[in-house]
Design a binder for this molecule. Structure first.
Ligand SMILES: Cc1ncc(C[n+]2csc(CCOP(=O)(O)OP(=O)(O)O)c2C)c(N)n1
Length: 574
């Protein structure tokens, strides 16, 4: 087996060399005094022309982790992020929750305050080295990291790095957390001979139980109104074509339930729409057999449930969502398996059991409903176009006009999939259901880092933009040449908060007085000015007719290499 000897003066040098060897392209850093050996190592490796991940400074930890999230979405490759001890970990933690719930692998690391008070190179020499120590630093994020460890000695370097990589890439994937004490990083390692390439491969499809596939196929094939609910299968682009194959095999309608990827082509005649934010859906009420694919919340039981007696099949890499403390959806047929591997098998079995004539009738019926639903959505968008003020549906529709095969949209809430059609996997990403606000902007920058030739558009609520550490994001756009178009759907409030009040107190005082304290964001900042601080293009847009031309100008600026931001003053329903 091939090996390499890492020639390194310090453990930090060996660590970086090894990360590159293990396929880590970038090292996103938000540094502190714990980074001294790494900064020195990067400088040395660069001067000597030796391999290392490319270091990028990111001025806020939340943005760095969000970028790593986006990079994985854009490329399928994990990045390394390193932050400053306890305090940096605190700032990163919300983004880590998002990555964890979305099963996105990230090699998250943090310095660890020097252990020794004197006597070793790297020992404590600042007041922070006492106050920043905690009894158990990893405890801050342990619930959301799949694995955590501390590098205690350079002798263990290969084992620890390979264990971290193995743990983050093993399904269900997720972030891992490694602490790196300064003395260890600064120490001179013994000669380290490592396997290269790594011998810790994990990629392997999980195949389903054939008996469960047959059982599920019979239920779906015999049903009058079978239905597929899907949210996150599109994380693996191969699962999208497999889902199309299954839907066509049994003439099964598909509803994307709070989708965070493109799971099924919008224009496919079996696409029945989007069950979002707990709205009721006739398709769910009618269904007499339901297949749930990679979907943690297929419906909201307090609002709508499937028919009593409709069998429910759950298919996914972990269809039990084992890390969720509570989740009680009925599951008559569990199929824990890789969707891209299991769906074609299910399609084949459904084809065997299906009654061709009945399936053809149903396909025609669903296609008619598909057309009907689309006509209703078109009517809403067209109606909004004619209003004096701008609506979310219209902004979404205007964005649809600029989408091409090379455009990727990262959406933190406002873009409405009913009005913007996505048909190809990997062209749309939305915030994970854990909803740590601010995710969208940094994630969009990570997608741009992964796909420098793509046009990347971030669609954000004004609330989401506030939370995104916007100045850090704009800095990254310019400093690392990652210009994107940011479109803020600015309704000048946290509407989600207002809606939850209306939902819980439909006849309450807040509604009667039209006063919703703690949800109003006026006076709204001139967000379009903020991007100008990094020489970007910014515009405020108010009227429906101005939206599409402004988007075109924004994209032209991005093509010239400048960040662009549109502050669109709009309402969900104008
Ligand atoms: C870190 C964090 N803090 C608070 C919340 C609660 N929260 C959920 S949605 C929302 C409002 C989002 O505002 P905006 O992006 O403008 O969208 P809108 O609700 O107006 O459609 C808030 C505050 C959250 N999800 N995450």
């Amino acid at each position: 087996m091939p090996t390499r000897t890492l020639s390194a003066q310090t453990t930090a040098e060996a660590y970086l060399d090894l990360l590159r060897d293990r396929g880590i392209d970038y090292f996103l850093g938000n540094a502190g005094t714990d980074f001294a050996p790494l900064v020195e190592a990067f400088a040395t490796l660069e001067a000597d022309g030796r391999p290392a991940p490319r270091p990028l400074v990111v001025p806020h930890e939340f943005v760095a982790v969000s970028m790593a999230h986006g990079y994985y979405l854009g490329s399928g490759r994990p990045l390394a992020v390193m932050v400053h001890v306890t305090v940096g970990t605190g700032n990163a933690s919300t983004a880590l929750i998002s990555a964890s719930r979305a099963n996105v692998p990230i090699l998250m690391s943090a310095g660890r305050t020097p252990v020794t008070e004197e006597g070793l190179p790297g020992a404590r020499d600042l007041h922070i080295h006492w106050a920043q120590e905690s009894f158990d630093q990893a405890a801050m994020v342990r619930e959301y990291a799949k694995w955590d460890y501390e590098l205690r000695t350079p002798v263990q370097l290969e084992s620890v790095v390979d264990r971290a990589v193995e743990m983050m890439l093993a399904e269900p994937q997720g972030p891992v957390y490694l602490t790196l004490p300064r003395e260890v990083l600064a120490s001179a390692p013994p000669p380290l001979t490592v396997s290269s390439p790594s011998r810790r491969q994990v990629a392997s499809a999980r195949l389903p139980d054939p008996a469960r596939i047959d059982e599920a196929a019979r239920l779906l094939a015999r049903a009058e109104s079978p239905l597929i609910l899907v949210s996150a299968a599109g994380r693996d682009p191969r699962a999208v074509s497999a889902l199309v194959e299954l839907a066509e095999a049994g003439a099964i309608g598909v509803v994307e339930a709070d989708p965070i990827y493109v799971n099924f082509p919008h224009d496919h005649p079996l696409h029945l729409g989007y069950n979002q934010s707990g709205a009721t859906d006739a398709a769910l009420g009618d269904a007499d057999a339901i297949l749930v694919v990679e979907d943690d919340v297929p419906w909201y039981p307090s609002i709508q449930k499937p028919r009593a007696g409709a069998p429910v099949i759950h298919l996914g890499i972990d269809p039990f969502f084992s890390r969720y403390p509570m989740r009680s959806y009925p599951c008559d047929v569990p199929i824990p398996a890789t969707p891209a591997a299991a769906l074609p098998l299910l399609a084949e079995a459904v084809r065997r059991h299906a009654d061709g004539a009945r399936a053809a009738d149903r396909a025609a019926r669903i296609a008619a409903e598909h057309r009907q639903r689309r006509a209703a959505w078109d009517a809403v968008a067209t109606e909004q176009a004619a209003k004096a003020t701008t609506g979310f549906a219209w902004v979404s529709r205007c964005l649809e006009g600029v989408l091409d095969d090379n455009t990727v949209v990262v959406n933190e809430y406002p873009l409405d999939r009913r009005y913007t059609s996505f048909n190809r996997p990997g062209t749309y990403f939305a915030s994970p259901h854990s909803s740590g606000l601010g995710w969208g902007f940094g994630t969009a920058l990570g997608v741009k880092l992964a796909r420098p030739d793509a046009t990347v558009v971030a669609t954000l609520g004004d609330g989401a933009y506030f939370f995104s550490e916007p100045v850090s994001c704009h800095y990254v756009e310019r400093a690392h040449q990652l210009p994107i178009l940011t479109v803020i759907f600015n309704n000048q409030r946290w509407e989600a908060v207002k809606r939850s009040v209306l939902g819980l107190y439909p006849d309450g005082r807040a509604k009667a007085t039209d006063r919703f304290p703690l949800s109003d964001l006026t006076p709204s900042p001139r967000f379009e000015e903020i991007v100008k601080a990094v020489d970007g293009h910014g515009e405020c847009v108010e009227r429906p007719g101005d939206v599409a031309p402004a988007i075109k100008r924004g994209l032209a600026a991005v093509r010239e290499g400048r960040p662009a931001l549109l502050n669109v003053l709009c309402q969900r329903a104008p």
